[in-house]
Design a protein around this ligand. Structure first.
Ligand code: ZN
Length: 197
């Protein structure tokens, strides 16, 4: 009996709501089979993911190339998170990738006068730069997470085959979701039964 876990069906891991970088790290790119479902698997899904995270406007123009870039960047974010979670030195290339992304599209806004609202702050990014903007915003969030208080509670989900990261919002939290906790408990119970027979 193999129960497959569909990434798209999982609730966000603790911390994803406040950290876009955690959401990116958890968007796929590990495992095999159904668990390998990638929320950034193609330009359409990449656009949906960015729009849902508030990182792009719905008319964002995301090409295959952009989608690949964001997936590559995700690999670097996962490397620096792994380093933070295990207290080991990250590859220099991963840090370079974060810093390069930071400079892609500083999150500048334009001041716009609009009737009848008056002054508005509008993102100054053409639809074609959507991925640059998203990468820059995520990189800034990586910096904030890893140099702030949350870095102490950043962890990899303890369930085998789950590649998600989470913030351990309380000391006894080891899993990204109740589903991962249930899987681990079920596997332990099965191992105990098998051991007795
Ligand atoms: Zn998990």
């Amino acid at each position: 009996m193999t129960r497959t876990m569909r990434l798209a069906d999982l609730p966000p891991a603790p911390g994803e709501e406040t950290h876009a970088s955690l959401a990116l790290a958890n968007s796929g790119g590990w495992g095999a089979g159904a668990e390998a479902v990638d929320l950034l698997g193609d330009p359409r899904r990449t656009t949906d993911w960015m729009v849902a995270r508030g990182l792009a406007a719905p008319d964002a123009d995301v090409q295959e190339y952009c989608s690949n870039r964001l997936r590559d960047f995700r690999g670097s974010v996962r490397e620096v998170f792994d380093a933070a979670a295990t207290h080991e030195r990250p590859p220099a290339s991963a840090i370079d990738a974060v810093n390069a992304a930071m400079k892609l599209a500083p999150a500048v806004e334009c001041l716009v006068w609009s009737e009848p609202e008056g002054f508005l702050s509008v993102p100054a990014h053409p639809a074609t730069q959507a991925v640059e903007y998203a990468m820059s915003a995520v990189a800034a969030d990586v910096l904030a997470l890893l140099t702030g208080e949350d870095t102490a509670v950043l962890a990899r989900c303890a369930a085998p085959s789950c590649g998600r990261f989470l913030l351990r919002t309380h000391a006894r939290r080891h899993w990204c979701s109740t589903r991962c906790g249930d899987r681990v408990r079920a596997a332990r119970a099965y191992a105990r039964r098998a051991g007795r027979e």
